[in-house]
Design a protein around this ligand. Structure first.
Ligand code: FE
Length: 134
């Protein structure tokens, strides 16, 4: 599932997902579905479905994008230096399908001090089954 041609990605993703995941786009701040989400669950890759972040590591960053202090477990995301826009940033990608997720910055809260700044459109929240839904 992870190994697709760009043409195939265009077929299976929405235009918004394609722009972020495959073309390294960025959704508008405060516009994403998960910016303020507090529902317990697992955030999966919108491209391949792999689990990437837990709601337990989500925090309010005020940035306008869903923010996490750690990936769900080792190896689920990978990072790469990104020198676009005249800045040196660390890009965050899905370790499985290579989709662009966002960037990670060294200004997050304890215990990691990291802030994974992730596009909502790159994620799909799978709610915990035993969670209270209100
Ligand atoms: Fe993926």
């Amino acid at each position: 599932m992870a190994d697709k041609s760009e043409a195939r990605w265009r077929e299976v993703l929405t235009p918004e997902q394609f722009e972020v995941l495959r073309q390294k786009g960025t959704e508008r701040a405060f516009a994403g579905a998960y910016c303020d989400a507090k529902d317990p669950g697992t955030y999966r890759c919108a491209g391949c479905g792999d689990p990437l972040f837990s709601s337990e590591s989500k925090f309010e960053s005020g940035s306008g994008w869903p923010s996490f202090y750690e990936a769900i477990e080792g190896g689920r995301v990978r990072t790469e230096e990104d020198h676009t826009l005249g800045m040196k940033r660390m890009e965050v990608l899905c370790g499985s399908c290579g989709g662009h997720l966002g960037h990670v910055f060294p200004d997050g809260p304890a215990p990691t001090g990291l802030r994974y700044c992730i596009n909502s459109v790159a994620l799909a929240l799978e709610p915990d089954e035993d969670a209270d839904v209100d």
